[in-house]
Design a protein. Sequence first.
Length: 374
Amino acid sequence: MKKVYLDNASTTAMRAEVIEEMTRIMANDYGNPSSTHSFGRNAKTVLELSRKKIASYLNCNAQEIIFTSGGTEANNMILRSAVKNLKVARIITSKIEHHAVLHTLLVLQNEFGIAIDYVNINTDGSIDLSHLSTLLSAEKKTLVSLMHVNNETGSLLDLERVVQICKQYDVLFHSDTVQSIGKTEIDLQQIPLDFLVASAHKFHGPKGIGFAFIRKNSGLQPLIIGGEQEKGLRGGTEAVHQIAGMAKALTIACENLDQERKYIYDLKLYLIEQLELHFSGFRINGRKDDFYNILNVILPLSVDKTTMLLFSLDMKGIAVSRGSACQSGSIKPSHVLKEMLSENDLKLPNLRISLSHYNTKIDIDWLIEALKLV
């Protein structure tokens, strides 16, 4: 049976070059990077070269890159320390953030009594930046936490504009950039936000590794205690092979960004054309020109098709989703779409289709034919 993978916002296939790099490191550079002998020094060299590579693509200081197990840990570290150590008393976010942010904030609210304000969401899934400015008029030590690319709809935040607003009101800005790192340019000198996070498996690297960008002299303290690794900000022996794999994946992604972005965007346009041709009345949740590799749609199918839609496609070898993989087993409607759609529309069959450079028009054709038979 032909297999078609169209769930790249959930995770991506590792590039062959990344697997090769990780295998080489595991075989040859297995020393503990904190050890002073030659094996440790070799591993430390791999570690720091990887850090420098990643920093170069973000145009920041290598010392501002802290390796973590992924985006969730990085978000937790930043948000918790901002409240506990920087004495942030109020956090402004949105109700369409990833649960790694939303659930963390609720725990911090319960533990520290912080205020949480939610910026309004426009009907197309974008953030109401005028409302953000209004919320920031209150005088209280504040952090703004808004994701760059929404993982369910592909809604794209204007980072540069939000940074300007935050600087105007002298507040900190944290952005969950898990869906955008490796897929678009982010220059931290041109867009001087305070904190961002990344996860390697979103850009064809290994799972279980990511990083936080923490601007120099921010005052943040570690979430994981136990050693002096990562400039004292993250205890635990570094996973050198995973870090090297992540750096390799980001290097390839950035070197091929223009070519792969155009290819994927053209695929997305082809997908929309085919949906228009075969499913008259389908609707895009968000904007057609949102982030280039994610398309979230409502299909003109009967409500009774909703429950079995993903199962039916899976039986035909097609992997798509209805939203975040972290809640794919839930029968609750997407918390993101809940902010955008009516109660009736929430009940209709919807799909999140997310593309990579490994996909082809044949994959799209296969999906369309399978949907016709649902």
